[in-house]
Each structure stands twice: as structure tokens, then as C-alpha cells.
Design a protein around this ligand. Structure first.
Ligand SMILES: C[S@@+](CC[C@H](N)C(=O)[O-])C[C@H]1O[C@@H](n2cnc3c(N)ncnc32)[C@H](O)[C@@H]1O
Length: 430
């Protein structure tokens, strides 16, 4: 079918009406005329892929990566890398208008960083292909559940991106080559960890091969036979403690390979600076940092505030946040574990007051916690979001129900070459 692309939908796909039916077209840009192939045809909407571009948008560019058409690791390489972030700002603006009912928002200049080789965290799929007696290591394909056959990756940190064939060969040499479904990659400022999920026990020979590979390529290699607590080092020299620095705040963070950390270190540094600049914590301020993880924002804020309370759902992350406060000799922070979607009214920290708040939830947003902000006396709130739709929904509640004004918003180029949109917004109340 031929289609005229009218705009972007919330996830970066092109939006068209074909025979009156709303159609989400992967790989198409607004203003383009394209030939598409349906991939799903439902009663109310359809999904399609671009087969041929008949009239191209000025935003379109040649994807840098030769695997872009098949590999599902990236979805936005057909958009000029310098202009992707403008597109994402447009998506945020659209969501805030449609879902948040917010018009005329002032947008700050986007936070930009490196657009290639930025990704420090990844889950790589692994598949032993018996017919070819080969192992594939990479991201899943766009159109299928298969692992894309790739030899390098343009967005992954170079320490791993250039080693994919060697990692695949290593797995092919193991007795459990068909029992390893994935590898978790975690890169810190100094070290790089590979965690091989193993569904069968590795033999002594396998462990030696993994150990030697780690030593010769400077990876700390772990096996993960069960859940996230089951990591076993294959080498007594391997480190499972990674670190990153925020030099502008004189801070050092430690984390473990499976802990949540921001994937893009450059953007993280600039994002933390922007949070401090917007929140303006002062020596008399008590601040609450909700969804605080390992204290990525809590500790920088504590440099300026009287006291900061960090709340997080994961026990492991709270323990790591406390360690990070200790490593940096910070004693004006407290970290508590809580499920922020549950009733938290009886928690001691919930009975205190806070003038400033930071929210950095996962994709689901922070709907349930919003009602507490006015009760705590929060005057200024910075909301960081990886999902413009839930940010817009929560912004509607903050402005409509809880009496906050949105003072501005912005996008951050956290995930270049993908359609993920990372954004930040400031809300205030007198
Ligand atoms: C986007 S991460 C942000 C972490 C941290 N602010 C940072 O910059 O590293 C979201 C965090 O919310 C936590 N989380 C998710 N659901 C939660 C819940 N229901 N209650 C509390 N924390 C939750 C996750 O464990 C994760 O650490």
C-alpha cells in the first residue's frame, strides 16, 4: 500500500491513515510518501513497515550501521542523529498537549551528548545455531525473536561492541554452548563485566575457558545459574564492583552488574547538573528523592541541602545507596526501601515534610505517589521520565488535581539511535 505520513506517534513510528484506518508505520517519517507492508491488521488500527521511500523527509539519513534493517537494537538510525532529539522534543510536546492538556510549555535546550558508542548497559541475546554450528551474540531482530547476526555494534560501549565475534566463538567452544540464552553487559569507568546466564552447570573446562577469555580481554566474567543473586565469578581476580564518577560533584558511585544505573554516562552527568540547577537545594532544605536507585541524584543533592531522604523499591539498590553514602563520607542522607505504588502513609519518613522533591520513576510513571507531594509541603518538583505518556498523565494530575504549575520541560539525548525519549520537567506551587 502507499501511505502519506502525517506525524509521529508516541513511540517514534510514523502515523498514517490507510483506507481510513490509523496505521503505525515503522521506519517512516512525517511528510514522507512511502510504500508499506502490513505487519498487523486489527479492527481499529494497523501496523506496517516501510518497503520503499517514494518521497523522503529532510530528516531522513543513511543509517550508519549495516545491520540497522534487521537488528532490533536501534530503531531511529534513519533519522539524522543531530536532529533526533528535536523529534523527541516534538513527541514530548505532543504527549503533554494530548494527555496532559498542557499548552505553551517553555522548552529548555535539549541536553546533548555522544550519539554513538554510548551504551554502558545491555542485555545481549545468545543463540547456538546447530545447523551452522555457530553461536550468535547480539540484539533480537526487529521482525522476529531471532538473534541478529552482527559482528559489531555502533551504540554499545567499544569495549564490548568490537568483541562480539570473539564472545560468540568463546561460547561456541563451551560444553554448554546451547544453554546460554543471554549475557548482561555492564561497563564502569574502569572495568567491564560480562554475566553469562547459564541454564546448565558449566564444566571445569568451561570455567577455565571463560577465565582465560576474561583475562586476555580484560573482562570480569561471571556465570549466573539462577536468579540475580546467583552470580559466580569464574576467576578469583574478577571484580563485581563497578564504579562511575560524577567529578563535578566530587562523587564516586559503586554498583554491581545487575543494578540499575543510567546507560549513558555523559548524559547522566549533565542530567544531574540540570537537576541541581532546577531544584536549587539550599542549606535549609529537606529534599525527598523518590525512585532513588543507588543514590545517583540523592548524593549530589546532599552536597547542597540540609537533608535528603532517598526512597527506592529494591532492597539491593538501597543497600548500595547506603554504601555509596559511606564511600563518599556523606551523613545528611537517609535511604529507605518502600514500594511507591503501595500505601506508604504509615512509614516514618512519610510523616515528615519536604520542600523539594525529585521523581525518577520507571516507565510506569509515579501516579500513586503524587497525592503525597502537597501533604509533604513540596514547593518545587523535578520529574525525570523515560516515558512521555506517563509523564504527561502525571503532569495532568499535578497541574489539575494537586495545584502545581509546570514551569518548563526538556529532552535529554540519553538513548540516541533508539526511539526512547528521556525528559525532565519542573513543577512549582506557592
Ligand atoms: C529510572 S530508575 C532511576 C534510578 C535512579 N534515580 C538513578 O538515576 O539511577 C527507576 C527506579 O525506580 C525503582 N522502582 C521501580 N518501581 C518501584 C516501586 N514500585 N517502588 C519503588 N521503587 C521502584 C527501580 O528499582 C529503579 O531503581
Amino acid at each position: 500500500m502507499d501511505a502519506e505520513i502525517e506525524g509521529f506517534c508516541h513511540d517514534g513510528r510514523g502515523l498514517a491513515h490507510i483506507d481510513g484506518r490509523v496505521t503505525f508505520v515503522d521506519g517512516a517519517l512525517p511528510g514522507e510518501r512511502v510504500e508499506v507492508l502490513y505487519t498487523a491488521l486489527k479492527r481499529d488500527f494497523a501496523e506496517a513497515n516501510v518497503v520503499r521511500v517514494l518521497e523522503a523527509s529532510a530528516l531522513r539519513c543513511e543509517p550508519k550501521c549495516e545491520y540497522f534493517a534487521r537488528c532490533g537494537g536501534c530503531s531511529f538510525q534513519h533519522v539524522d542523529p543531530k536532529r533526533q532529539i528535536e523529534v523527541k522534543q516534538g513527541i514530548l510536546e505532543q504527549q503533554l498537549r494530548r494527555i496532559g492538556h498542557l499548552e505553551n510549555i517553555s522548552f529548555w535546550p535539549p541536553i546533548r551528548g555522544p550519539v554513538w558508542a554510548y551504551r554502558r548497559k545491555a542485555r545481549l541475546g545468545v543463540k547456538y545455531v546447530a545447523k551452522k554450528q555457530r553461536v550468535l551474540v547480539g540484539f533480537r531482530e526487529k521482525a522476529a525473536r531471532l538473534i541478529a547476526d552482527i559482528e559489531h555494534c555502533e551504540v554499545l560501549h567499544p569495549r564490548v561492541a568490537t568483541r562480539l565475534p570473539e564472545i560468540a566463538e568463546l561460547i561456541n567452544s563451551l560444553s554448554i554452548r546451547d544453554r546460554i540464552p543471554q549475557i548482561e553487559v555492564a561497563v564502569g569507568d574502569c572495568d567491564c563485566v560480562l554475566v553469562f546466564r547459564n541454564l546448565s552447570e558449566a564444566s571445569a573446562g568451561d570455567r577455565l575457558l571463560l577465565r582465560d577469555f576474561g583475562r586476555s580481554h580484560d573482562f570480569s566474567v561471571f556465570l549466573q545459574p539462577n536468579g540475580p543473586d546467583s552470580l559466580v565469578a569464574v576467576d578469583e581476580c574478577a571484580t563485581r564492583t563497578l564504579s562511575y564518577a560524577l567529578p563535578g560533584h566530587d562523587l564516586q558511585f559503586q554498583f554491581e552488574p545487575l543494578h540499575f544505573t543510567q546507560v549513558n554516562i555523559e548524559i547522566n552527568r549533565r542530567m544531574v547538573d540540570r537537576v541541581i540547577q532546577l531544584l536549587e537545594p539550599g542549606p535549609c532544605d529537606r529534599v525527598i528523592d523518590l525512585f532513588c536507585g543507588i543514590g545517583n541524584f540523592t548524593l549530589p543533592i546532599s552536597r547542597h541541602a540540609q537533608r535528603v531522604v532517598g526512597i527506592e523499591g529494591s532492597r539491593e539498590l538501597i543497600a548500595q545507596a547506603r554504601k555509596n553514602a559511606g564511600i563518599n563520607r556523606i551523613d545528611n542522607v537517609r535511604f529507605w526501601r518502600a514500594d511507591l505504588t503501595a500505601d506508604i502513609a504509615s512509614e516514618a519518613w512519610c510523616k515528615d515534610s519536604y520542600r523539594l522533591a525529585l521523581l525518577d520513576p520507571s516507565r510506569a510513571g509515579a501516579q500513586e505517589i503524587l497525592q503525597y507531594l502537597p501533604r509533604w509541603g513540596v514547593r518545587r518538583l523535578v520529574y525525570i521520565s523515560c516515558n512521555p505518556s506517563t509523564l504527561a498523565r502525571d503532569a495532568a494530575l499535578l497541574t489539575g488535581t494537586f495545584g502545581y504549575r509546570i514551569q518548563g520541560a526538556g529532552v535529554m539525548d540519553m538513548f540516541p539511535q533508539t526511539s526512547h525519549v528521556e525528559s525532565i520537567a519542573l513543577f512549582e506551587k506557592d
